[in-house]
Design a protein around this ligand. Structure first.
Ligand SMILES: NC(=O)c1ccc[n+]([C@@H]2O[C@H](COP(=O)([O-])OP(=O)(O)OC[C@H]3O[C@@H](n4cnc5c(N)ncnc54)[C@H](O)[C@@H]3O)[C@@H](O)[C@H]2O)c1
Length: 303
């Protein structure tokens, strides 16, 4: 099934070996995109590539052209290493010719410990991956997008205006933040701080990059599951010693869902559909916003 919003677009996805990233690769590949899949963990990155290829072998491989295996490539990349990021971006442009969209999604949740016990070294690690790393990727990809935009403008009408069929801001970046950055989460002080910084980064860079034809938005999910991440986080919250959580993981899960106005978990696909909206031209007049995907949790509605 091809989708004109993504057909032949090159999308860079960081954290592609993880839960959201892997499903995102499959979702956008199915819609005809070309994917540069980045992760520091080569094993999980290879699993993503293998899983995606198997999925296509099983179903619509023969109906999608060009074949999906030629439209996804994995790149080992540590987002905290700026020279590594820069050389990966050069490789992506060499392999795919251009970059249209970025899902800036790699992240690390850090320790689950109350503030009084939190290790400052881990706080710094969380900030380095979730904030500095996200910025390094955003800047490196935006430089490439900005160069493409300048070249396209130079090739437009003589007076420099783009033709009416061409969007003013064809390039799009989505940063993965979290509801934790909006309202804080007990025992996750570093993670919450980092995601609040991602929201500020999104707003500031959206202003800086608008003159370069680039939109920047954030997505803030919460209570996504079921699955390993959901179960593991409840176990860690239960073991954290925080008075805000029961000491039994099942009770933690029940209390969390009870606090959501919609009284259920969100699915990974619901997250990705929201990312797709922000990445695509469907949101062509939206920049610097934060799309919250949390069943109403942070809305101020009483559960
Ligand atoms: N799962 C949720 O419920 C949830 C909710 C809100 C926000 N988020 C955010 O969504 C994003 C994806 O989460 P997920 O659930 O897929 O987590 P995940 O742990 O499954 O995936 C994160 C990926 O990021 C990669 N990564 C970590 N450090 C890196 C580095 N230095 N360089 C490159 N890659 C690195 C990891 O190897 C991993 O594959 C994260 O930013 C996370 O904070 C997740």
């Amino acid at each position: 099934m091809s989708d004109p919003r993504f057909h032949n677009k090159t999308i860079v996805i960081t954290g592609a070996g993880g839960n959201f990233g892997r499903s995102g690769c499959l979702y956008f590949l199915r819609r005809g995109a070309r994917i540069a899949a980045l992760d520091v963990d080569e094993n999980s990155l290879n699993e993503t590539i293998a899983e995606v290829r198997n999925a296509f072998n099983d179903d619509d491989a023969t109906t999608v052209s060009p074949p999906p295996e030629s439209r996804i490539k994995g790149y080992s990349c540590d987002v905290t290493n700026d020279s590594n990021v820069e050389s990966v971006i050069i490789s992506i442009v060499r392999d795919f010719g251009r970059i249209d969209m970025l899902w800036n999604n790699a992240g690390y949740q850090g320790q689950i410990k109350p503030t009084l016990e939190y290790d400052p070294a881990d706080f710094a690690r969380v900030m380095n991956i979730n904030v500095t790393g996200m910025f390094v990727v955003l800047q490196s990809v935006a430089r490439q997008m900005s160069q493409q935009h300048a070249e396209e403008k130079a090739g437009a009408d003589d007076d420099g205006t783009l033709t009416s069929s061409t969007l003013s801001h064809p390039y799009s970046i989505v940063n993965t933040a979290s509801v934790a950055g909006l309202r804080g989460t007990p025992a996750m002080v570093a993670y919450s701080s980092s995601k609040a910084a991602v929201l500020a980064m999104t707003v500031s860079s959206a202003k800086d990059l608008a003159p370069h034809g680039i939109r920047v938005n954030a997505i803030s999910p919460a209570l996504i599951g079921p699955g390993y991440m959901w179960t593991r986080q409840n176990e860690l919250h239960a073991a954290s010693g925080s008075p805000y959580f029961a000491s039994n993981a099942e009770e933690v899960a029940k209390a969390k869902i009870g606090g959501v106005p919609m009284k259920r978990l969100g699915s990974v696909e619901e997250v990705i559909k929201s990312v797709a909206y922000l990445l695509s031209d469907d949101s062509s007049y939206t920049s610097g916003t934060n799309l919250v995907v949390d069943g109403g949790l942070s809305s101020g509605l009483k559960a």
